[in-house]
Design a protein around this ligand. Structure first.
Ligand code: NDP
Length: 390
């Protein structure tokens, strides 16, 4: 029986993970489930999966969690320290699916046991890739990608030599605004950008998909996780979202990974790795699909891609600045303070501004350094938004 913990269990990735675990309850011993504000879901899943401990990130919800778990024998705890304490409990497999920078510290901590970290939290690789990989190596831990594109690349590389890889192509749906005239993008609303043509995801990641800041994050993740150069990483718009990524080898072969847009595939692959087991995802009917389309992304429509490329070249602190600035820019857009196309300008100007204060390419030595860069970048990005409002 494998022991597992799920960080961010109440979110979209977390719930898909819970779904897979609940289908084979005898195969797993669930140690910790964590959530944020959704106490009812956290308690319900902790009881259903017979977890040992349930943790809410927010102290103010502890009483509610305790009440919901009364009489079950499941321990209820709260706060950042409690998340770390949960990550300290040794398990074979950990899902890292807390959203944002809050997911960094528990993920790092969980690596200390030398087990497997299934990494959905994009921010970990983008902001602190080299530190995270070094920590995993130091403790003999394995990191498996959960983002569908990186899981696809990982699967295409099984049994292959990374030295034989010429290029990695990350596909993009192009988001909800992909067919809008470029001139109209400046007036796109939150509702316009928040509708995804293929994937059912939260509002933030859906808007990041429309702006391609999400794809920018994925390009940076690819660079960090697979150790290839920025010149080897390409992106192509593939409106059907059925091919998640392709790997091109030095003999001209191009290996594509196809699958239905269902995150349970990538999660299940990481859960069952190195084996493959049955997963409850739709099977593709290629004759019915008939056509797969591809087109190059227009740099004027998606300025986030060029910014992400510059970040990949710079490395060091640039990923942490990029991530923080794009989160603040998104907050500014959702709050109606800036327009859709202004988000890229905020990120670009924040990177410029921080460059005048810090050496962006210098590597970071620890998590505190990452969090300091994150904090400083957020302040700078908000200042940029205020300037743009004037
Ligand atoms: P959600 O917003 O759906 O869920 C986030 C989870 O984190 C919830 O459990 C939430 O709790 C918890 N949480 C929120 N704030 C905090 C905090 N401050 N401290 C601790 N926990 C917190 O996100 P997703 O599941 O969509 O994404 C999770 C991660 O996976 C992100 O990094 C995302 O980029 C990445 N990802 C997501 C994909 C997707 O298809 N959704 C695909 C690939 C990667 P609660 O809801 O109870 O408040």
């Amino acid at each position: 029986m494998r022991s597992i913990s799920i960080f961010g269990a109440t979110g979209s990735i977390g719930q898909n993970t819970v779904d897979l675990i609940a289908r084979a309850p005898d195969a797993y011993r669930v140690v910790a489930l964590t959530g944020g504000a959704n106490i009812a879901q956290l308690a319900q899943d902790a009881i259903r999966l017979k977890a040992e401990i349930a943790v809410t990130a927010h102290d103010e919800h502890l009483d509610d969690l305790r009440a919901a778990l009364a009489g079950t024998g499941i321990t209820a705890t709260a706060g950042e320290a409690a998340l770390i304490e949960a990550a300290d409990r040794p398990v074979d497999w950990v899902m890292s699916a807390i959203v944002g920078a809050a997911g960094l510290a528990p993920g790092f901590r969980a690596l200390r046991h030398g087990g497997t970290l299934a990494l959905a939290n994009k921010e970990s690789l983008v902001t602190a890739g080299p530190l995270l990989l070094a920590e995993a190596q130091a403790h003999g831990a394995t990191i498996l990608p959960v983002d569908s594109e990186h899981s696809a690349v990982f699967q295409a590389l099984v049994g292959e030599d990374i030295a034989a890889v010429e290029r990695i192509i990350i596909t993009a749906s192009g988001g909800g605004l992909r067919d809008w005239p470029i001139a109209a993008l400046a007036s796109a609303t939150v509702a316009d950008a928040g509708a995804h043509p293929n994937w059912a995801m939260g509002q933030r990641i859906t808007i990041d998909s429309a702006s391609m800041f999400n794809k920018g994050m994925e390009l940076i993740e690819t660079r960090e996780f697979f150790g290839v150069t920025p010149a080897q990483i390409e992106t192509v718009i593939h409106p059907q979202s059925l091919i998640h990524a392709l790997v091109g080898f030095n003999d001209g072969a191009l290996m594509a990974h196809l699958g239905a847009p269902d995150m349970r595939h990538a999660i299940g692959y990481a859960l069952n790795w190195p084996d493959r087991r049955h997963l409850p995802v739709a099977r593709l009917d290629l004759a019915q699909i008939a056509t797969l389309e591809f087109r190059a992304p227009d740099p004027l429509r998606y300025p986030a891609l060029a910014i992400a490329r510059a970040v990949m070249e710079t490395r060091g602190r640039a990923g942490a600045v990029f991530n923080a600035a794009k989160e603040v820019a998104l907050d500014g857009f959702i709050a109606g303070r800036i327009g859709f196309m202004d988000m890229a300008a905020v990120v670009d100007r924040t990177l410029d501004e921080i460059t005048s204060q810090l050496c962006l390419s210098s590597s970071m030595s620890n998590l505190e350094d990452v969090l300091m860069t994150d904090h400083m970048s957020r302040q700078t990005a908000w200042a940029q938004i205020t300037k743009m409002e004037r």
